[in-house]
Design a protein around this ligand. Structure first.
Ligand SMILES: Cc1cc2nc3c(=O)[nH]c(=O)nc-3n(C[C@H](O)[C@H](O)[C@H](O)COP(=O)(O)OP(=O)(O)OC[C@H]3O[C@@H](n4cnc5c(N)ncnc54)[C@H](O)[C@@H]3O)c2cc1C
Length: 438
Protein backbone atom coordinates (compact mmCIF):
# COMPACT_ATOMS: atom_id res chain seq x y z
CA UNK A 1 0.00 0.00 0.00
CA UNK A 2 1.50 3.36 -1.03
CA UNK A 3 1.14 6.18 1.51
CA UNK A 4 -0.04 9.40 -0.17
CA UNK A 5 0.47 12.90 1.13
CA UNK A 6 0.05 16.37 -0.29
CA UNK A 7 2.07 19.55 -0.23
CA UNK A 8 1.91 22.77 -2.21
CA UNK A 9 5.57 22.76 -3.34
CA UNK A 10 7.80 19.66 -3.22
CA UNK A 11 11.49 20.58 -3.31
CA UNK A 12 13.73 17.62 -4.11
CA UNK A 13 17.20 18.06 -2.55
CA UNK A 14 18.34 19.93 0.55
CA UNK A 15 21.52 21.50 -0.84
CA UNK A 16 22.06 25.27 -1.09
CA UNK A 17 19.39 25.71 -3.79
CA UNK A 18 16.76 23.58 -2.04
CA UNK A 19 17.28 24.95 1.46
CA UNK A 20 17.24 28.61 0.40
CA UNK A 21 14.16 28.08 -1.76
CA UNK A 22 12.39 26.20 1.04
CA UNK A 23 13.19 28.88 3.61
CA UNK A 24 12.10 31.78 1.40
CA UNK A 25 8.84 30.22 0.22
CA UNK A 26 7.95 29.19 3.78
CA UNK A 27 8.56 32.74 4.92
CA UNK A 28 6.20 33.80 2.17
CA UNK A 29 3.53 31.61 3.75
CA UNK A 30 3.70 28.87 1.09
CA UNK A 31 3.52 25.28 2.26
CA UNK A 32 6.75 23.52 1.21
CA UNK A 33 8.24 20.09 1.77
CA UNK A 34 11.96 19.55 1.17
CA UNK A 35 13.01 15.93 0.55
CA UNK A 36 16.67 15.27 1.32
CA UNK A 37 18.03 11.78 0.75
CA UNK A 38 20.68 11.94 3.47
CA UNK A 39 20.09 11.89 7.21
CA UNK A 40 22.36 14.90 7.75
CA UNK A 41 24.32 17.51 5.80
CA UNK A 42 27.71 16.05 6.74
CA UNK A 43 29.20 15.33 3.34
CA UNK A 44 32.73 16.57 2.95
CA UNK A 45 32.79 16.75 -0.86
CA UNK A 46 30.78 19.96 -0.80
CA UNK A 47 32.37 23.34 -1.42
CA UNK A 48 32.91 25.65 1.53
CA UNK A 49 32.79 29.07 -0.04
CA UNK A 50 30.16 31.62 0.99
CA UNK A 51 30.49 34.66 -1.24
CA UNK A 52 29.75 38.35 -0.58
CA UNK A 53 26.37 38.24 -2.36
CA UNK A 54 25.25 35.26 -0.24
CA UNK A 55 26.55 37.01 2.91
CA UNK A 56 24.45 40.07 2.01
CA UNK A 57 21.45 37.83 1.46
CA UNK A 58 21.92 36.23 4.88
CA UNK A 59 21.90 39.75 6.37
CA UNK A 60 18.68 40.55 4.54
CA UNK A 61 17.12 37.36 5.92
CA UNK A 62 18.17 38.37 9.45
CA UNK A 63 20.61 35.44 9.62
CA UNK A 64 23.82 37.50 9.52
CA UNK A 65 24.56 37.27 13.28
CA UNK A 66 23.92 33.50 13.39
CA UNK A 67 26.21 33.04 10.39
CA UNK A 68 28.93 35.26 11.92
CA UNK A 69 28.88 33.00 15.00
CA UNK A 70 29.86 29.93 12.92
CA UNK A 71 33.56 29.01 12.98
CA UNK A 72 34.98 30.40 9.74
CA UNK A 73 38.02 31.68 7.89
CA UNK A 74 37.90 34.67 5.60
CA UNK A 75 39.81 35.35 2.42
CA UNK A 76 40.08 38.81 0.89
CA UNK A 77 42.11 37.90 -2.15
CA UNK A 78 42.37 34.93 -4.45
CA UNK A 79 45.79 33.94 -5.63
CA UNK A 80 48.12 31.12 -6.56
CA UNK A 81 51.49 30.15 -5.25
CA UNK A 82 53.72 29.76 -8.34
CA UNK A 83 57.36 28.69 -8.54
CA UNK A 84 58.18 32.19 -9.76
CA UNK A 85 56.46 33.64 -6.66
CA UNK A 86 52.94 34.35 -5.37
CA UNK A 87 50.45 35.72 -7.91
CA UNK A 88 47.40 37.78 -6.96
CA UNK A 89 44.43 37.06 -9.20
CA UNK A 90 41.34 38.51 -7.56
CA UNK A 91 41.14 41.26 -4.97
CA UNK A 92 37.90 41.08 -3.00
CA UNK A 93 38.90 43.94 -0.71
CA UNK A 94 38.11 46.26 -3.63
CA UNK A 95 34.44 45.26 -3.61
CA UNK A 96 32.00 47.75 -2.15
CA UNK A 97 29.74 46.77 0.75
CA UNK A 98 30.20 45.24 4.20
CA UNK A 99 31.25 41.82 2.92
CA UNK A 100 34.36 42.26 0.82
CA UNK A 101 35.62 38.74 1.53
CA UNK A 102 34.73 35.08 0.97
CA UNK A 103 33.83 33.19 4.14
CA UNK A 104 35.01 29.60 4.31
CA UNK A 105 32.41 27.68 6.27
CA UNK A 106 31.81 23.94 5.97
CA UNK A 107 28.63 23.70 3.94
CA UNK A 108 26.91 21.47 6.49
CA UNK A 109 27.05 24.36 9.01
CA UNK A 110 25.39 26.72 6.54
CA UNK A 111 22.71 24.18 5.63
CA UNK A 112 21.95 23.41 9.28
CA UNK A 113 21.60 27.14 9.92
CA UNK A 114 19.07 27.40 7.07
CA UNK A 115 17.23 24.29 8.26
CA UNK A 116 17.02 25.75 11.76
CA UNK A 117 15.68 29.10 10.49
CA UNK A 118 13.18 27.36 8.20
CA UNK A 119 11.94 25.06 10.98
CA UNK A 120 10.53 28.17 12.71
CA UNK A 121 8.08 28.61 9.82
CA UNK A 122 4.87 26.59 10.28
CA UNK A 123 4.54 25.95 6.54
CA UNK A 124 8.02 24.38 6.22
CA UNK A 125 8.77 20.68 6.43
CA UNK A 126 12.14 18.96 5.88
CA UNK A 127 12.05 15.20 5.36
CA UNK A 128 15.50 13.73 5.89
CA UNK A 129 16.38 10.28 4.58
CA UNK A 130 13.73 10.87 1.92
CA UNK A 131 15.05 9.81 -1.47
CA UNK A 132 13.07 10.77 -4.55
CA UNK A 133 13.01 8.10 -7.24
CA UNK A 134 10.54 9.48 -9.76
CA UNK A 135 7.65 11.78 -10.53
CA UNK A 136 3.89 11.54 -10.40
CA UNK A 137 2.03 12.62 -13.51
CA UNK A 138 -1.48 13.84 -14.02
CA UNK A 139 -3.08 13.44 -17.45
CA UNK A 140 -4.21 16.70 -19.01
CA UNK A 141 -7.74 15.57 -19.72
CA UNK A 142 -8.28 12.41 -17.71
CA UNK A 143 -8.98 14.00 -14.35
CA UNK A 144 -7.56 10.75 -12.90
CA UNK A 145 -5.47 10.74 -9.71
CA UNK A 146 -1.74 11.45 -10.19
CA UNK A 147 0.23 8.35 -11.08
CA UNK A 148 3.65 7.09 -12.12
CA UNK A 149 4.94 7.13 -15.69
CA UNK A 150 4.57 4.04 -17.92
CA UNK A 151 6.95 1.14 -17.35
CA UNK A 152 9.20 2.53 -20.08
CA UNK A 153 9.41 5.82 -18.13
CA UNK A 154 7.40 7.81 -20.67
CA UNK A 155 5.09 10.49 -19.27
CA UNK A 156 1.52 10.49 -20.53
CA UNK A 157 1.08 12.88 -23.49
CA UNK A 158 0.04 16.38 -22.41
CA UNK A 159 0.52 15.47 -18.75
CA UNK A 160 1.77 17.69 -15.98
CA UNK A 161 4.05 16.80 -13.09
CA UNK A 162 1.86 16.32 -10.05
CA UNK A 163 4.20 15.10 -7.33
CA UNK A 164 7.17 12.98 -6.31
CA UNK A 165 7.69 9.28 -5.73
CA UNK A 166 10.05 8.79 -2.79
CA UNK A 167 11.26 6.27 -0.27
CA UNK A 168 12.14 6.76 3.38
CA UNK A 169 15.46 5.41 4.67
CA UNK A 170 15.56 2.00 6.25
CA UNK A 171 15.21 -1.51 4.94
CA UNK A 172 11.89 -2.58 3.54
CA UNK A 173 10.20 0.82 3.82
CA UNK A 174 7.42 1.14 1.24
CA UNK A 175 7.49 3.71 -1.54
CA UNK A 176 5.47 6.85 -0.90
CA UNK A 177 3.75 9.45 -3.06
CA UNK A 178 3.92 13.16 -2.29
CA UNK A 179 1.43 15.04 -4.44
CA UNK A 180 2.30 18.67 -5.15
CA UNK A 181 1.16 21.59 -7.28
CA UNK A 182 4.79 22.25 -8.14
CA UNK A 183 7.92 20.08 -7.97
CA UNK A 184 11.27 21.88 -7.93
CA UNK A 185 14.36 19.81 -8.76
CA UNK A 186 17.22 20.92 -6.50
CA UNK A 187 18.86 17.50 -6.39
CA UNK A 188 22.10 18.52 -8.03
CA UNK A 189 23.93 17.58 -11.17
CA UNK A 190 22.84 13.92 -11.16
CA UNK A 191 19.20 14.94 -10.69
CA UNK A 192 16.91 11.93 -10.63
CA UNK A 193 13.72 13.95 -11.00
CA UNK A 194 15.14 15.91 -13.94
CA UNK A 195 15.78 12.57 -15.67
CA UNK A 196 12.26 11.40 -14.76
CA UNK A 197 10.95 14.61 -16.35
CA UNK A 198 12.76 13.64 -19.55
CA UNK A 199 14.99 16.73 -19.51
CA UNK A 200 18.60 16.18 -20.54
CA UNK A 201 21.32 18.81 -20.15
CA UNK A 202 23.83 19.63 -22.86
CA UNK A 203 27.31 18.77 -21.61
CA UNK A 204 30.28 21.05 -22.27
CA UNK A 205 33.59 19.18 -22.17
CA UNK A 206 35.88 19.69 -19.18
CA UNK A 207 39.61 18.88 -19.03
CA UNK A 208 39.70 17.91 -15.37
CA UNK A 209 38.51 15.82 -12.46
CA UNK A 210 39.39 16.41 -8.81
CA UNK A 211 40.90 14.20 -6.13
CA UNK A 212 39.42 15.17 -2.77
CA UNK A 213 41.26 14.25 0.45
CA UNK A 214 42.42 15.59 3.80
CA UNK A 215 45.86 16.40 5.15
CA UNK A 216 46.43 17.30 8.84
CA UNK A 217 46.89 21.02 9.44
CA UNK A 218 49.52 22.49 11.70
CA UNK A 219 48.75 25.73 13.62
CA UNK A 220 51.81 27.33 12.01
CA UNK A 221 50.46 26.69 8.46
CA UNK A 222 49.04 29.55 6.37
CA UNK A 223 45.38 30.37 7.10
CA UNK A 224 42.38 30.49 4.76
CA UNK A 225 43.09 28.89 1.42
CA UNK A 226 46.15 27.87 -0.56
CA UNK A 227 46.32 27.55 -4.34
CA UNK A 228 49.46 25.92 -5.74
CA UNK A 229 50.55 25.52 -9.36
CA UNK A 230 53.75 23.54 -9.83
CA UNK A 231 55.12 21.55 -12.76
CA UNK A 232 51.86 20.22 -14.16
CA UNK A 233 50.22 20.06 -10.74
CA UNK A 234 47.29 22.13 -9.52
CA UNK A 235 46.25 21.95 -5.88
CA UNK A 236 43.65 23.91 -3.88
CA UNK A 237 43.58 23.60 -0.09
CA UNK A 238 40.76 24.84 2.15
CA UNK A 239 41.54 25.50 5.79
CA UNK A 240 39.10 23.58 8.01
CA UNK A 241 40.85 24.19 11.32
CA UNK A 242 42.71 21.03 12.23
CA UNK A 243 42.90 19.70 8.68
CA UNK A 244 43.26 20.89 5.09
CA UNK A 245 40.51 19.88 2.70
CA UNK A 246 42.50 19.37 -0.49
CA UNK A 247 41.37 19.37 -4.10
CA UNK A 248 44.05 18.02 -6.43
CA UNK A 249 43.22 18.64 -10.07
CA UNK A 250 43.92 15.74 -12.45
CA UNK A 251 43.31 15.36 -16.17
CA UNK A 252 39.85 14.02 -16.94
CA UNK A 253 39.98 10.26 -17.15
CA UNK A 254 43.48 9.98 -15.62
CA UNK A 255 42.26 8.57 -12.29
CA UNK A 256 42.99 4.87 -12.92
CA UNK A 257 46.44 5.52 -14.42
CA UNK A 258 47.51 7.78 -11.56
CA UNK A 259 46.19 5.39 -8.91
CA UNK A 260 48.12 2.52 -10.51
CA UNK A 261 51.35 4.45 -9.78
CA UNK A 262 50.69 3.99 -6.05
CA UNK A 263 50.04 6.26 -3.09
CA UNK A 264 53.78 6.79 -2.43
CA UNK A 265 54.23 8.33 -5.88
CA UNK A 266 51.27 10.64 -5.21
CA UNK A 267 52.68 11.68 -1.82
CA UNK A 268 56.03 12.43 -3.50
CA UNK A 269 54.29 14.67 -6.01
CA UNK A 270 52.47 16.51 -3.22
CA UNK A 271 55.66 16.97 -1.22
CA UNK A 272 57.39 18.22 -4.36
CA UNK A 273 54.64 20.84 -4.84
CA UNK A 274 54.45 21.87 -1.18
CA UNK A 275 57.54 20.74 0.78
CA UNK A 276 56.04 21.93 4.09
CA UNK A 277 53.43 19.17 3.80
CA UNK A 278 56.00 16.39 3.42
CA UNK A 279 56.33 15.35 7.09
CA UNK A 280 52.64 14.64 7.59
CA UNK A 281 51.66 12.86 4.37
CA UNK A 282 52.30 9.38 5.79
CA UNK A 283 49.42 10.06 8.18
CA UNK A 284 47.00 11.21 5.49
CA UNK A 285 46.22 10.35 2.77
CA UNK A 286 47.18 6.94 4.17
CA UNK A 287 45.97 5.10 1.06
CA UNK A 288 43.95 5.77 -2.07
CA UNK A 289 40.86 4.79 -0.05
CA UNK A 290 41.20 8.27 1.49
CA UNK A 291 41.29 9.95 -1.94
CA UNK A 292 37.85 10.41 -3.52
CA UNK A 293 37.43 11.04 -7.21
CA UNK A 294 35.06 13.94 -7.90
CA UNK A 295 33.81 13.84 -11.45
CA UNK A 296 33.77 17.44 -12.72
CA UNK A 297 30.93 18.35 -15.07
CA UNK A 298 29.74 21.46 -16.82
CA UNK A 299 26.32 21.27 -18.41
CA UNK A 300 23.06 23.18 -18.84
CA UNK A 301 19.45 22.41 -19.62
CA UNK A 302 18.01 24.25 -22.59
CA UNK A 303 14.58 24.10 -20.93
CA UNK A 304 14.34 24.28 -17.12
CA UNK A 305 10.60 23.67 -16.79
CA UNK A 306 7.57 21.58 -17.71
CA UNK A 307 4.01 22.01 -16.52
CA UNK A 308 4.22 21.53 -12.73
CA UNK A 309 8.02 21.19 -12.75
CA UNK A 310 11.07 23.47 -12.47
CA UNK A 311 14.81 22.72 -12.18
CA UNK A 312 17.27 25.15 -10.56
CA UNK A 313 20.85 25.07 -9.24
CA UNK A 314 23.09 22.26 -10.43
CA UNK A 315 20.01 20.30 -11.52
CA UNK A 316 19.58 22.94 -14.24
CA UNK A 317 23.27 23.70 -14.78
CA UNK A 318 26.15 21.70 -13.27
CA UNK A 319 29.06 23.98 -12.40
CA UNK A 320 32.77 23.29 -12.51
CA UNK A 321 34.65 24.05 -9.27
CA UNK A 322 36.58 26.80 -11.09
CA UNK A 323 36.04 30.06 -9.22
CA UNK A 324 34.02 28.28 -6.52
CA UNK A 325 30.84 29.86 -7.87
CA UNK A 326 28.37 26.95 -7.97
CA UNK A 327 26.92 27.47 -4.50
CA UNK A 328 26.45 31.18 -5.09
CA UNK A 329 24.71 30.58 -8.38
CA UNK A 330 22.44 27.92 -6.88
CA UNK A 331 21.49 30.34 -4.09
CA UNK A 332 20.77 33.15 -6.57
CA UNK A 333 18.53 30.80 -8.58
CA UNK A 334 16.61 29.95 -5.41
CA UNK A 335 16.05 33.59 -4.46
CA UNK A 336 14.89 34.54 -7.95
CA UNK A 337 12.62 31.48 -8.08
CA UNK A 338 11.04 32.28 -4.69
CA UNK A 339 10.41 35.90 -5.67
CA UNK A 340 8.87 35.00 -9.04
CA UNK A 341 6.87 31.96 -7.85
CA UNK A 342 5.35 33.28 -4.66
CA UNK A 343 2.68 35.57 -6.17
CA UNK A 344 1.43 32.72 -8.37
CA UNK A 345 1.50 30.24 -5.49
CA UNK A 346 -0.19 32.63 -3.07
CA UNK A 347 -3.09 32.95 -5.50
CA UNK A 348 -3.81 29.20 -5.10
CA UNK A 349 -4.03 26.61 -7.86
CA UNK A 350 -1.37 25.61 -10.32
CA UNK A 351 1.57 27.79 -11.35
CA UNK A 352 1.24 28.75 -15.04
CA UNK A 353 4.18 27.50 -17.08
CA UNK A 354 4.84 31.07 -18.24
CA UNK A 355 5.77 31.88 -14.62
CA UNK A 356 8.20 28.95 -14.51
CA UNK A 357 9.64 30.17 -17.78
CA UNK A 358 10.26 33.61 -16.20
CA UNK A 359 12.54 31.95 -13.62
CA UNK A 360 14.62 30.44 -16.40
CA UNK A 361 14.63 33.71 -18.33
CA UNK A 362 15.88 35.60 -15.28
CA UNK A 363 18.67 33.13 -14.38
CA UNK A 364 19.71 31.82 -17.81
CA UNK A 365 22.10 34.58 -18.88
CA UNK A 366 24.04 34.95 -15.59
CA UNK A 367 24.48 31.16 -15.66
CA UNK A 368 25.58 31.10 -19.29
CA UNK A 369 28.00 33.95 -18.67
CA UNK A 370 29.64 32.27 -15.66
CA UNK A 371 29.82 28.96 -17.51
CA UNK A 372 31.50 30.71 -20.45
CA UNK A 373 34.03 32.15 -18.00
CA UNK A 374 34.62 28.65 -16.57
CA UNK A 375 35.12 27.23 -20.07
CA UNK A 376 37.65 29.96 -20.79
CA UNK A 377 39.48 29.18 -17.55
CA UNK A 378 39.46 25.45 -18.42
CA UNK A 379 41.08 26.16 -21.77
CA UNK A 380 43.44 29.00 -20.92
CA UNK A 381 44.55 27.94 -17.43
CA UNK A 382 43.60 24.42 -16.28
CA UNK A 383 44.32 22.67 -19.59
CA UNK A 384 47.66 24.44 -19.91
CA UNK A 385 48.75 23.69 -16.33
CA UNK A 386 47.87 20.00 -16.72
CA UNK A 387 49.70 19.67 -20.04
CA UNK A 388 52.47 17.27 -18.97
CA UNK A 389 54.71 17.80 -22.02
CA UNK A 390 54.61 21.57 -21.65
CA UNK A 391 55.19 21.21 -17.90
CA UNK A 392 58.33 19.14 -18.46
CA UNK A 393 59.71 21.60 -21.01
CA UNK A 394 58.99 24.80 -19.07
CA UNK A 395 61.40 26.76 -16.93
CA UNK A 396 59.37 26.92 -13.70
CA UNK A 397 61.50 29.53 -12.01
CA UNK A 398 60.38 32.21 -14.46
CA UNK A 399 56.85 33.34 -15.20
CA UNK A 400 57.19 32.07 -18.80
CA UNK A 401 55.15 28.92 -18.00
CA UNK A 402 52.36 30.84 -16.28
CA UNK A 403 49.15 30.99 -18.34
CA UNK A 404 48.66 34.46 -19.86
CA UNK A 405 45.43 35.39 -17.99
CA UNK A 406 47.17 34.75 -14.65
CA UNK A 407 50.19 36.82 -15.72
CA UNK A 408 47.94 39.72 -16.74
CA UNK A 409 45.99 39.68 -13.48
CA UNK A 410 49.18 39.54 -11.46
CA UNK A 411 50.75 42.41 -13.39
CA UNK A 412 47.72 44.71 -13.50
CA UNK A 413 46.17 45.19 -10.03
CA UNK A 414 43.24 47.22 -11.44
CA UNK A 415 42.11 44.15 -13.41
CA UNK A 416 41.80 42.03 -10.28
CA UNK A 417 38.46 43.53 -9.39
CA UNK A 418 36.92 41.82 -12.46
CA UNK A 419 37.31 38.21 -11.26
CA UNK A 420 36.60 39.39 -7.70
CA UNK A 421 33.27 40.86 -8.82
CA UNK A 422 32.40 37.92 -11.10
CA UNK A 423 33.23 35.34 -8.45
CA UNK A 424 32.22 37.22 -5.29
CA UNK A 425 28.97 38.79 -6.43
CA UNK A 426 28.12 37.36 -9.83
CA UNK A 427 26.59 39.10 -12.83
CA UNK A 428 23.04 39.42 -11.46
CA UNK A 429 22.93 39.35 -7.65
CA UNK A 430 19.49 38.59 -6.25
CA UNK A 431 18.07 40.14 -3.10
CA UNK A 432 15.61 38.82 -0.54
CA UNK A 433 12.07 39.98 -1.26
CA UNK A 434 10.54 42.17 1.49
CA UNK A 435 8.18 39.41 2.69
CA UNK A 436 11.15 37.08 3.42
CA UNK A 437 13.17 39.61 5.41
CA UNK A 438 13.39 39.54 9.18
C1 LIG B 1 34.95 19.03 -6.86
C2 LIG B 1 33.99 20.16 -6.74
C3 LIG B 1 34.26 21.20 -5.85
C4 LIG B 1 33.40 22.29 -5.75
N1 LIG B 1 33.73 23.31 -4.91
C5 LIG B 1 32.93 24.39 -4.86
C6 LIG B 1 33.24 25.49 -4.00
O1 LIG B 1 34.25 25.49 -3.28
N2 LIG B 1 32.39 26.55 -3.99
C7 LIG B 1 31.26 26.58 -4.76
O2 LIG B 1 30.52 27.57 -4.74
N3 LIG B 1 30.93 25.54 -5.56
C8 LIG B 1 31.73 24.46 -5.62
N4 LIG B 1 31.40 23.42 -6.44
C9 LIG B 1 30.09 23.45 -7.15
C10 LIG B 1 28.96 23.26 -6.11
O3 LIG B 1 29.20 22.12 -5.31
C11 LIG B 1 27.58 23.15 -6.75
O4 LIG B 1 27.44 24.04 -7.83
C12 LIG B 1 26.47 23.44 -5.71
O5 LIG B 1 26.60 22.56 -4.62
C13 LIG B 1 25.08 23.31 -6.32
O6 LIG B 1 24.11 23.41 -5.30
P1 LIG B 1 22.69 22.65 -5.46
O7 LIG B 1 21.91 22.96 -4.24
O8 LIG B 1 22.12 22.97 -6.78
O9 LIG B 1 23.07 21.09 -5.52
P2 LIG B 1 23.85 20.16 -4.47
O10 LIG B 1 24.74 20.95 -3.60
O11 LIG B 1 24.43 19.06 -5.28
O12 LIG B 1 22.70 19.60 -3.54
C14 LIG B 1 21.82 18.59 -3.98
C15 LIG B 1 21.16 17.98 -2.77
O13 LIG B 1 20.16 17.06 -3.21
C16 LIG B 1 20.27 15.85 -2.47
N5 LIG B 1 19.76 14.79 -3.35
C17 LIG B 1 20.35 14.27 -4.45
N6 LIG B 1 19.57 13.36 -5.01
C18 LIG B 1 18.45 13.29 -4.25
C19 LIG B 1 17.25 12.50 -4.32
N7 LIG B 1 17.06 11.59 -5.30
N8 LIG B 1 16.30 12.67 -3.38
C20 LIG B 1 16.48 13.59 -2.37
N9 LIG B 1 17.60 14.33 -2.25
C21 LIG B 1 18.56 14.20 -3.19
C22 LIG B 1 21.76 15.74 -2.17
O14 LIG B 1 22.00 14.88 -1.05
C23 LIG B 1 22.12 17.19 -1.88
O15 LIG B 1 21.90 17.53 -0.53
C24 LIG B 1 32.23 22.32 -6.55
C25 LIG B 1 31.93 21.27 -7.42
C26 LIG B 1 32.80 20.21 -7.53
C27 LIG B 1 32.48 19.09 -8.50
Amino acid sequence: MTAIERTRVAIVGGGPAGMFLGLLLARGGIEVTVLEKHADFLRDFRGDTVHPSTLTLLDELGLGPAFEALPQRRITWVGADLDSGPAQLGDLSRLRGPHNYIALVPQWDLLELLADAASKEPSFRLLREAEASGLLWEGADSGAAPGKADDDGAAPAGARVAGVVWKPGGEGEPERHLEADLVVACDGRGSVVRAAAGLEPTAFGVPMDVWWFRVPRDPSDPEGAVGRIHRGQFLIMIDRGDYWQCGYVIRKGADAKLRSQGIAAFRDRLADALPWLAGRLAEAPASFDDVKLLDVRLDRLSRWHLPGFLAIGDAAHAMSPVGGVGINLAVQDAVAAARILRPALAGGGLVPEAVLQSVQRRRWWPTALIQAFQQLAHRAVVGKVLDEDAARAADWTTSEHVPLPLRMLDALPALRVVPARLVGIGPLPEHAPPWARR
